[in-house]
Design a protein. Structure first.
Length: 312
């Protein structure tokens, strides 16, 4: 007589079944987070998003900023590309931004190298160098405007120098150099501090290993320092270029866009257009400038992708 032993499921099968069909849990966000997000989102929408959308809509009209208006389609955008004043402002802004980014980063990096080396009075020198960063741009511009228009020509006449006897601000070919100089004077401290933050993260053992291998000072700079702070170079380049594209206060205080319109930036063209009743026309200009800024930012991110890791 045969007996049948009941089959028992193998141990752990229930656990396996449970693992196969995990209990789904819905992750819910605490409403308190939305409460804290709401004020910032409301202010951003009211101060940025809504005005931008309204400006985009007005760029297709002949509005002067108030009163009646009519829809005119792409007429403002077509006229922009035939306006030598606006095209000139774009050329000046892009050229000024490129030159200033190069000058600021080279000088700031050199100063950062000096202030992280074994020299005396490092702390005092760092304090002195950051003073321009805390002064208002318009104040700096008015001070240098007086120096370039009065002090330097007076010194040139006393020295008998024809080059220095006339104000550089009155020369349409060289007035842009004064803007580069003053902008760099104010921007170098902030850029320098970022480079100092990068340089102090480099371990001293790396340089000791380079000395053992016979690396000279220039070789250490090119093959150790620069690669290890490349992320900081990228950050300074992107931030600086973005800020210089929006240059306004220093130009207003220094040259007011002159002589003529030789140093008029895009931002200044837009604001002056608002004052002159070209509201819709300059809103079209602002939309194009916004798209160009976005394209430049995307290009920079594309080029620098994977190179922004600090100390890599």
């Amino acid at each position: 007589m045969s007996t049948t032993t009941p089959t028992r499921p193998p141990s752990g099968s229930a656990a396996a079944g449970e693992a196969t069909h995990p209990v789904s849990r819905q992750h819910r966000t605490d409403p308190l987070y939305y409460l804290f997000l709401f004020p910032s989102l409301t202010l951003f929408t009211a101060a940025v998003t809504v005005p931008a959308l309204l400006g985009f809509a007005y760029s297709f009209t002949n509005s002067i900023g108030f009163g009646d208006w009519e829809f005119i389609g792409l007429r403002n955008y077509v006229a922009m590309f035939q306006d030598e004043g606006i095209l000139g402002s774009y050329g000046f802004t892009l050229g000024f931004s490129l030159v200033t980014v190069l000058v600021v980063n080279v000088i700031a990096f050199a100063l950062a190298l000096g202030l992280t080396s074994r020299i005396r009075f490092t702390t005092a020198l760092r304090t002195i160098y950051v003073i321009p960063m805390v002064i208002s741009g318009i104040v700096i511009a008015f001070v240098f405007q007086y120096l370039f228009a009065n002090t330097v020509p007076g010194m040139g006449q006393a020295l008998g120098s024809d080059v220095l006897s006339s104000s550089i601000l009155a020369d349409p070919d060289w007035a842009w150099l004064s803007i580069v100089f003053v902008t760099a004077w104010q921007s170098i401290p902030g850029t320098m501090l970022i480079y100092i933050a990068g340089l102090v993260t480099i371990p001293g053992d790396v340089y000791e290993a380079g000395e053992i291998d016979g690396a000279t000072g220039w070789q250490s700079l090119l093959h150790i320092t620069l690669p290890l702070v490349s992320g900081f170079v990228v950050i300074n380049t992107i931030l600086g270029f973005k800020n210089y594209l929006n240059a306004y206060d220093i130009i207003v205080g220094l040259t007011d866009g002159g002589p003529g319109v030789a140093t008029r930036s895009v931002a200044m063209s837009i604001f002056r257009g608002f004052e002159g009743g070209d509201y819709a026309y300059q809103m079209a200009n602002a939309m194009i400038f916004f798209l160009i800024s976005i394209l430049i930012a995307l290009l920079q991110l594309r080029v620098t992708r994977g190179r922004t890791s600090f100390g890599s």
